[in-house]
Ligand binder design. Structure first.
Ligand SMILES: [Zn+2]
Ligand SMILES: [Zn+2]
Length: 209
C-alpha cells in the first residue's frame, strides 16, 4: 500500500504538536502493508519532512514530489496532484490552533474543508483531490497546546462563545470547547480568541473528579 503523507508546514506546529505528528506518522508507516511513502518535500518543513524522516528511520522507501516552482499553478497544484495520484490513501496532518509564534497570514477557518476545527493547510487540498480520484483520505488532528497531548481523549462540545471572557492579548470576545480524557478522570477547557489576526489560544483545567 502506498501512503501519501501531507499536512501543515513547520511553523504551524509547536514542539508538542510536532511530537504528536511524528507519533501519528510512525503509527501510519508501521502498518505491515506499507510499501512506499509519497510526500511533497515542503521547503517550509513540517508534516512532509517529518514523514520523510520517520520513513527513513523505519527503512520505508519514499518518493518525494517537489514543486517545479513555488507558485500554485505550475508548482504546488501539480505536485499535489502527483501525490494524490500515486497514493492509495492520503493522510493529512492538521493542527487545531496556530502556535503563538506564527506570524504569517491567519484564516478564520479551513476553506478547503469548511470547518473551524483545524487550521487550513495545502494538505487539505491534496486529501480532497485524492477523494475525487476515488482514493481514501484521512485527517489527523494534532493539538498544539494540550498538556494532555499523550492522554487519549475527545472534545465533548464544539466551539461556543464564552460570555464575560475576553482575550488576554487583544480583548476580543473568545470561544471555548470542552475536552475530556477517555477515562473521564479530567476535563479541560480550550479557549481561543475570535479575532483571526490575533489567534491566541490557551487551556484551562476545568475540573478533576
Ligand atoms: Zn482542511
Ligand atoms: Zn486576541
Amino acid at each position: 500500500m502506498i501512503l501519501g503523507i501531507v499536512g501543515a508546514e513547520g511553523a504551524k506546529f509547536t514542539k508538542a504538536g510536532e511530537e504528536q505528528a511524528r507519533t501519528i506518522i510512525r503509527a501510519l508507516l508501521s502498518q505491515s502493508d506499507v510499501t512506499l511513502m509519497v510526500s511533497g518535500g515542503c521547503h517550509l518543513g513540517g508534516a512532509d519532512i517529518y514523514a520523510e524522516e520517520e520513513a527513513a528511520a523505519l527503512g520505508i522507501p519514499t518518493r518525494v514530489h517537489k514543486p517545479k516552482q513555488l507558485t500554485w499553478d505550475g508548482g504546488y497544484k501539480q505536485r499535489n496532484i502527483l501525490i494524490a495520484e500515486d497514493a492509495d490513501v492520503v493522510h493529512n496532518i492538521v493542527v487545531d490552533v496556530l502556535p503563538d509564534s506564527y506570524d504569517s497570514m491567519r484564516f478564520e477557518s479551513c476553506y478547503h474543508c469548511k470547518t473551524k476545527e483545524h487550521i487550513k493547510s495545502g494538505g487539505c487540498w491534496t486529501a480532497k483531490h485524492a477523494q475525487k480520484l476515488g482514493k481514501k483520505a484521512e485527517w489527523h488532528l494534532v493539538r498544539n497546546y494540550t498538556v494532555q497531548s499523550f492522554v487519549p481523549g475527545n472534545f465533548t462540545t464544539s466551539w461556543k462563545t464564552a460570555p464575560g471572557s475576553s482575550c488576554p492579548r487583544c480583548h476580543s470576545p473568545v470561544e471555548f470547547r470542552l475536552w475530556e480524557s477517555q477515562d473521564t478522570a479530567f476535563e479541560d477547557e480550550q479557549y481561543r480568541c475570535t479575532n483571526v489576526l490575533c489567534g491566541y489560544s490557551w487551556w484551562v483545567e476545568s475540573s478533576d473528579y
